[in-house]
Every structure is written in C-alpha cells, then in structure tokens.
Ligand binder design. Structure first.
Ligand code: UDP
Ligand code: MN
Length: 274
C-alpha cells in the first residue's frame, strides 16, 4: 500500500538540475517505491519543465531561494553559491510528511531503496573526501518547523565551513561521526562515482552492490552527449566518457530517455479494477 506520510525529496533551482530530478523521479517509480515523491523547485524553473516534473512526481513544491536578500543570508554576503544550496534546508518545512529521504538531483537510483525509511534523522553516508563528515547528497530527516528555524538561525550565525549546505549540516548534526553507528549508511547508498579511482579494488569488490550513484562534482550527466545508436556517452570536448563513469552515465541517459512507468498509486488503481 502507498505510504502517504513519508516521501523522497529532491531539489532543482533551474531547468538543468530539473533534468536530474526527472531521472530520480522516474527511477523511484520504476523501482516501485511505496513512498510519495516531492521535487522542490524555485521560480527559475520554467513552466514546461514544471509540467514534465508534475508527470513524474506526486508533488512539485515551490520554495524560495535563500539568497543574499534573504534575512538568513545577511552574514553570508559575498558567497553567492551558498544561497542556492541553502535552499535545500527548506525540506525541513515539508511537515505534511513525518519522515523523508533527501536525494540530490545528480543521483541515479538503481533499485528500490525504501528500506532507507527504517533509519532515523540524521542518517547519511560518509563523504569520500573527509569520511568523518557525511555527504549531504542523501540523508534521512524528519520535517519539523522547529528544526527548519534552528537551521536557518544556524546559517545566519555560523555560516558554513565549506560554503555549502554540507558544511552547515555537518556542523549542525555534529554528533553524526561518533554518536550512533546506525546513522552511518553504507557507501553503496551514495556512491560518488567520480572518486572511486582512489580505491579501485574496493570499487571492484563492492561496486556491483551499489544502490544509489552520485555524480558528485562539476561534471553532471546532462552536460554530456548521448549517442543512442552507438550507446556511447561523450564529454563536452567530444571525447568518450572514461572507464568507471561511462556505464553509469549511459544508464542515466537510458533512464532519462525512458517513458515514465505508472506510479504505484496508478498500478494500484488498475489492480483494484480487475
Ligand atoms: N542544486 C540546484 N541548483 C544549482 C545547484 C545545486 O538545484 O544550481 C541542488 C541540486 O539538487 C543538487 C544539489 O543542490 O544536486 C547539490 O548540488 P550539487 O549536486 O551540484 O553538488 P555536489 O554533489 O556536486 O557537491
Ligand atoms: Mn550532488
């Protein structure tokens, strides 16, 4: 049965990241999630893109960009990139849900990951660059207006040590690295594909068990070109996408081109009619 008080949540502040969000919505559906799906969008997302998102997600939720004109941003002048990632904090205001899983728009969900809802706030996987920090591309949280307000206050008073949401969330949930091992998710739930070359034997050993791929870093799948006939993905300069990244980039493009599967609710309606 569909679970109406739990949701997967992603964010897109422009049409480019919306392409990533679309793939997430499609993958979640295709893998038969029983949870709701929500994409938070800001005013820069075009009407056409919103319509495409609305076909895949249960809810397209408008949120404000937190930028330098926002009250929460006064201490952060001169760090424009922080404004956009702070927008992610609005997920705590989705209080129509009891528990949620946030996914960055630059992720590829490879199978059903509904078991993530068994975890508690704040659960996340380690960051490959500094494993005592969690990577904020995917995390389990409980929407709460009180937490939302406290996070914005924290942003105003302390800023973020890396200029993005990850630094802020790691200092706010500073107990993550030591307090409760059940909040440390396996790396296969947030596998940063651009960093696996630093430990290739581990990737060869555990990579086939990956559940969520993260295209962390500047190169996103929607920056690449996909040749349907050859089944190859090319970088902006025309060169082939290299060894480890290639197959996942291709899989992202296959999902992007695939028509959306019926949602759980729609399937359920058909079953009821039979
Ligand atoms: N994001 C967005 N618009 C932007 C930048 C970021 O909507 O211009 C959102 C999007 O959901 C994205 C997340 O913020 O996945 C974090 O940014 P990104 O994934 O680029 O950071 P990385 O994972 O590469 O550190
Ligand atoms: Mn990301």
């Amino acid at each position: 049965m569909p679970v109406t008080d739990q949701a997967f949540v992603t964010l897109a502040t422009n049409d480019a990241y919306s392409q990533g969000a679309l793939v997430i919505g499609k993958c979640l559906r295709r893998h038969g999630t029983s949870r709701q799906t929500v994409v938070m969008v800001t005013s820069h997302v075009s009407q056409g893109t919103r319509a495409a998102l609305a076909e895949v997600f249960h809810q397209v939720k408008d949120v404000e960009v937190l930028d330098s004109s926002d009250w929460a941003h006064l201490n952060m002048m001169g760090r424009p990139e922080l404004g956009i990632t702070l927008t992610k904090l609005h997920c705590w205001a989705l209080t129509e849900y009891i528990k949620c899983v946030f996914l960055d728009a630059d992720m590829l969900v490879l199978c059903n990951v509904d078991e993530l809802f068994d975890r508690e706030e704040l659960s996340a996987a380690p960051d490959p660059g500094w494993p005592d920090c969690f990577n904020s591309g995917m995390f389990i949280f409980r929407p709460s207006l009180q937490t939302h307000t406290r996070l914005l206050k924290w942003a105003r008073e302390h800023g973020s040590f890396d200029g993005g949401d990850q630094g802020l969330l790691n200092s706010f949930f500073s107990g993550w690295s030591t307090e409760d091992i059940s909040k440390h998710l396996p790396f296969i739930y947030n596998l940063s594909i651009s960093t696996v070359y630093s430990y290739l034997p581990a990737f060869q050993q555990f990579g086939p068990k990956a559940k969520i791929i993260h295209f962390l870093g500047a190169l996103k799948p929607w920056h690449c070109k996909y040749d349907h006939q050859k089944g190859e993905v090319y970088l902006g300069d025309g060169s082939l996408c290299h060894l480890h990244l290639g197959p996942f980039m291709k899989q992202w493009w296959v999902e992007y081109c695939r028509p959306a599967a019926p949602s759980f609710t729609q399937t359920d309606i058909w079953q009821d009619l039979e």
